[in-house]
Design a protein. Structure first.
Length: 421
């Protein structure tokens, strides 16, 4: 049977208490001591700690606090003593146990080996480095995997992500009318999560590296210089459409994402040697940007007395610029993808009932916030050195930038013709 005593050994007026562990083993008495973190005054320890009736409320509260703390430590030390062989107990053991009381060893949670639970683990593991936009993409993929798992009637394991899983995933995606590029994007994400699991020691299938899904060529549209002039010169009745039109033109002349240009402020513009530069940090990539404010943008700002247009939500911006382009007469029929509901007629669609459908539409119907970035890359490609364009758009590589060039081979050939004349 072990006992614990607490004593005040210091000559100072205030000091940490000492703890003594006393026990008998094999007919021999043992005493080991160690210092704890509880600090009290000599006067309190000698006069108040054991006092039965204390009138001063502050002293009474302090007594309860210290007694509770010492009681918890005593219980912890004695519980540890009971689970340890007395032959292993010495001064080092006691001081280690005291240290563990103040710094308890937290067992790491076990790493889940099924895909859906691991996705939650992955999001928590990377919570300080993953962007909110990417977090949403991961959650969308997770919800789709939940629906697939329910349909299969069995748990999807990390170790089962192989060619057989790919076939099941593609069949499920096709049956639910998900586009090829959506399948490609989410399958790449699933593989990335599996590689992360492998890095942490989980088993993955030997086919993981080799399984791929093809990405189909996008059918995105862009606005030509002639169409931009039509948009610029269109008479608009409502102020909110004029505001959206100004943002659309600015996006086509700066090549930035809506998450960036919608945050532009006059204070971001710096003039150096008579040249106007717009300086900001890209939200998605965190890159520090310095881009030219070309004359078309400066003209818009002059009309707005040096200010940028009013900031609006992404959804309203998308709705308004479609209307602007419709009023500007952009009604040529072109092939492209548009998000439509696949819910049965008469049934209110849920957020899972929308798909990007490839079909022929009037051009204004396909206009969205990203058209400015594509239009900038396409319109200035071949006219401005590609290195400069990439620096302005902030793309990570020339290959990524070239994905934004939406001119046909015929248009590119006609542009190239000028270089040989």
């Amino acid at each position: 049977m072990a006992t614990i005593n607490f004593i005040y050994r210091s000559t100072k007026e205030k000091a940490p208490l000492n703890l003594r562990l006393l026990f008998r083993y094999n007919g021999k008495d043992y005493i080991f001591g160690g210092k704890i973190r509880t600090v009290v005054s000599k006067n309190y320890w000698e006069n108040d700690h054991q006092k039965q009736r204390i009138k001063n409320i502050d002293t009474k509260n302090k007594q309860k606090e210290i007694q509770d703390e010492l009681s918890q430590m005593e219980t912890y030390i004695l519980d540890s003593f009971e689970s340890t062989s007395p032959s292993e107990i010495d001064k080092i053991w006691l001081n280690t146990t005291i240290k563990n009381y103040y710094n308890p060893i937290v067992e790491k949670p076990s790493i889940p080996n099924d895909l859906i639970c691991y996705i939650d683990y992955y999001l928590d593991y990377r919570k300080n480095e993953i962007t909110e936009a990417n977090r949403k993409k991961v959650k969308v993929a997770k919800n789709k995997m939940i629906r697939l798992q329910n349909e299969l009637g069995k748990t999807i394991l990390i170790s089962e992500i192989n060619e057989d899983f790919k076939k099941v995933y593609v069949d499920f995606s096709n049956a639910n009318l998900y586009s090829q590029n959506t399948q490609h994007r989410e399958f790449v994400l699933i593989k990335t999560i599996c590689f992360h699991a492998r890095h942490l020691g989980l088993n993955t299938h030997h086919q993981l590296e080799g399984i791929t899904l093809k990405r189909e060529e996008g059918s995105h549209i862009y606005l030509t210089p002639e169409e931009l002039e039509k948009i610029k010169n269109t008479e608009l009745e409502h102020d909110y459409l004029k505001n959206a039109r100004d943002w659309l033109l600015i996006s086509c002349y700066t090549g930035q994402r809506v998450s960036d240009f919608m945050r532009f402020e006059p204070e971001m513009i710096r003039i150096e040697d008579g040249k106007h530069l717009l300086e900001f940090r890209q939200k998605k990539t965190k890159k520090e940007m310095s881009i030219p404010v070309i004359k078309e943008v400066r003209e818009i700002l002059r009309n707005l007395k040096g200010n940028f247009p009013r900031s609006i939500s992404d959804q309203r911006y998308n709705d308004y610029i479609k209307k602007v382009c419709e009023l500007a007469g952009l009604k040529d029929e072109v092939q492209g993808k548009r998000r439509v509901s696949i819910a049965p007629k008469g049934v209110k669609p849920t957020k899972n009932d929308y798909r990007d459908v490839l079909d022929t539409f009037e051009k204004w119907e396909l206009v969205s916030s990203h058209i400015g970035r594509r239009s900038f890359a396409t319109n200035y490609y071949g006219k401005v050195p590609t290195t400069y364009l990439i620096n302005i758009t902030g793309h990570g590589s020339e290959k990524m930038f070239l994905n934004y060039i939406k001119k046909s081979n015929k248009d590119l050939a006609l542009d190239a013709y000028n270089y040989f004349e």
